[in-house]
Structure formats: structure tokens, C-alpha cells
Design a protein around this ligand. Sequence first.
Ligand SMILES: Cc1cc2nc3c(=O)[nH]c(=O)nc-3n(C[C@H](O)[C@H](O)[C@H](O)COP(=O)(O)OP(=O)(O)OC[C@H]3O[C@@H](n4cnc5c(N)ncnc54)[C@H](O)[C@@H]3O)c2cc1C
Length: 419
Amino acid sequence: MNAASDTGKGPQAERADVVIVGGGPAGLSAARELRRLGAGTVIILERDREAGGIPRHCGHYPFGMREFKRVLRGPDYARRLVGAARKAGADIRTQSTVTAIGRQGRVEYTTPEGPMVLQARAVLLATGVRETSRASRLIGGEKPGGILPTGALQGIVYLNGERPFSRPVILGSELVAFSALMTCRHAGIRPVAMVEPGVRPSAFSLSRLLPLAMGVPYLSGTAVQAVLGRERVEEVVILHDGDTSSIVADGIIVSGGFRPEATVAVTSGLAVDPGSRGPQIDQFGRIEDSVCFATGNVLRGVETSGWCWSEGRRVAHAIVAAIRGQLPEDNGTTVQIGEGPITLAVPARLSNGSDAVPAHTHLQMRLDRPARGVVQLMQAGKVIASRSVNSLPDRRILLRLPGNMSPTNGAFELVFREA
Ligand SMILES: Cc1cc2nc3c(=O)[nH]c(=O)nc-3n(C[C@H](O)[C@H](O)[C@H](O)COP(=O)(O)OP(=O)(O)OC[C@H]3O[C@@H](n4cnc5c(N)ncnc54)[C@H](O)[C@@H]3O)c2cc1C
């Protein structure tokens, strides 16, 4: 374990009220709101050369409708978020990679000038997601060049101004696969098909209209069996309704396989949830037994930037309440997930309710397969919240949390009763 010591030993720490780790939409919106609420000194530590997070690499529309009431390209959106945080008085430090976080707010980070230390009253983790190499794990056949995850494609297209292929197949149909589609359009790349193993798109159902509008065949219920090609992709073998056929293509964009970028939380010994693989928080965004909070995509993999921006804003209120001693006792207990299709719940820990407005008014859940039924949050054998569900895997499902919860009334369990 590499946790930052809270003993005060080591380099002299600079003081701050709130340190935010990660300058993407969630961290930037939290910073602006914290400053607006009078939280004091707010410092964002961002490992890249520029703050803005993933939208910096998404040179396509549409970003910013919820936040700025207009439709922006990703980089313009990122610049606006950075501008708003700076204007509010946040101190944004780039090329600053956080390496350890102590439970009592000691933050260690590296910069081109050397290692630095901050001592904060509260720390907010907003480190987003990372893409796992799904390409090497899922696809059989030869392993030619030209197979890229979306993030790498966006780096090549938007940052380097290059076109890695001209006729790729897009594999997957969640939110980020559509970002890949828009990236191709921007670069003049013409995908030859969008292939989804499920019957419906993983993103919202109407999203299938986008490939159709762009003249890209959308093949649902179709699996990629093999990729053929020596130096580069030449052919993609697909399986649909028991029939095998092949598509001539010169590349593959593999979407999905995202994980919370929770490395620093893990190495610092902060509580991590086995379901979401992100920091385990309560409804106020608090990580157990610490002055640390978490927000945005680090909580559970990919949501839209607008969603993460809004989460960042809401956790800012909880942080200010914590600094002012207005949050209820951190006595949360874990929400046990019963047998069935639910893979994760955020927040995965519930503390006493209070007058303080929670950062999360709902439990967010996801399933690992299509399922229909009723989801119930139980405590001591009683249903304290429930809703009917008819969902595909990986879609966001929300269950409103009751306001007057108390863990002392018994353990929480999440049950899925299939119809
Ligand atoms: C490839 C891809 C394409 C996407 N396309 C879209 C899209 O078109 N539209 C959409 O709405 N959403 C899209 N998303 C979802 C996207 O993640 C959200 O839009 C949004 O960026 C999430 O905000 P965030 O602040 O939680 O995380 P991020 O934007 O990921 O920001 C996290 C920041 O933390 C920094 N960081 C990480 N670790 C450290 C550390 N140890 N120290 C310091 N800094 C650190 C990172 O450098 C990064 O800047 C896409 C996601 C991916 C992966």
C-alpha cells in the first residue's frame, strides 16, 4: 500500500480547503460550485497538459446542452468548463499526477518540478474511466494491426489529425460507440458496419437511428467471430442467426470495456466497491472513514458528460456541508446485492439521512443481462423503496432513495424479483 501518511512527516504540505483529483467535467463543475458556495481554496490537480477531461478529445457535437444550453463540440465544451472553474477562482494545476491520498486529506502528487504535497480539509476524486484492451480479449482469428479502442482513435484523429483507417467496423453500441461514429464522420472515415451482439443497442433505443442516418448498416444480434488479415485488418467474419458471413474492412473500433480509473484510490487504501470497481461512497459522496469524496465516471464507468457534470455540482454541496460540520455521522452500511442480474449499485453504502441534501437522491444500478421485474431496496425484511424495471444490460436504472434512512434500523439489501 502506498497511502499518503497523515502523520505530517515527509515534505512540508501546502494547505487547501478542497483538493480535486482530475480536471474533467465532474471535477471542474465541482470546483466551480465549491467556489460559488464559499468553500475557500479549491485546487484541481490534473495529470494532462490541459484540463477538460475526455471531451477534449471528442471533436464532435453534441456537448453542453444541460450545462450551457447550447450545442458545442467537445473541446469547446471543455474550454468553457475550464474557463468557468477558473473564473470562479479555482486553481487548476496541470501536469500534476496524484500518487497517494491519505484518509485525513494529505495529497501527494508529482509534477515536472518534482514531488509536491497538499493538506486539504476535503479531497474529491474525479478521475474518470480508463479503457481496457477488449480487442485482444474478445476477438478470435489473426491479430492484425488496425484494431483500436475509441479513446485511441480519438487521440489519433483529433490530436494528431491522422486517419488510421478508412473503412472500419465499429464493434459495440453503447454511448462511446456513438462517439466513435461521430469521430469517424469528422475524419471522413466511412464505417462499413456497426455490429452489436445484443438485440437492441446498449445505449438508448433511438440511438440506432444515428448510424442509419449516416448510411452505416446497423447489425444487431451479430457477433464478430474472427478478424482476418496479415499486416492489417482485411476481413471481419460475423455470425448472425447461425449464418456466417464476412465484411471487407480495413480496421475495427472496439468500444466498451470501461473501468473506473480508481488506481489511486486502490493504492491509497480507500474503500473500493467490488461491483462498480470505483470508490465506495455513501449518498453524500463520502468514502468511508476519510475526508475523501468521489464523483463522475470514476464511480461506475461511462455516463455522459452532462450527467457527470451534474454529479460534480451536487457533491460540492455535500463537501461544503461536511466542512461546516453539517453532514450526519458517517455510519453507512453496504447495500448487499442479492441473487440476480444487478451488477452494481451507486451509492453502495447508505448513511443516516439528514436535512443536508444528498449528492445522490437515487441508487443507480445496472444489469448484466436483459431482465424484467421489480427491484426492491429492503431493510430488516421491509421494502423501503421499489420500482418496476424492464432493461437491457449496462443501461442506467434509477431507484429513488427514501429521505429518512437509518442504517441502525438494519442492513440494506437490493433484491431483483423477475417477472
Ligand atoms: C473514448 C470515450 C469517448 C466518450 N465520448 C463521449 C461523448 O461523445 N459524449 C459524452 O457525453 N460522453 C462521452 N464519454 C463519456 C465521458 O467519460 C464523459 O463525457 C466525461 O468526460 C466524464 O467526466 P469525468 O470528469 O468523470 O471524467 P474524465 O473526463 O475522464 O476526466 C477525468 C480526469 O482525471 C484525470 N486524472 C486521472 N487520474 C489522475 C491522477 N491520478 N492525477 C491527476 N489527474 C488524473 C484525467 O487525466 C482526466 O482529465 C466518452 C468516454 C470515453 C472513454
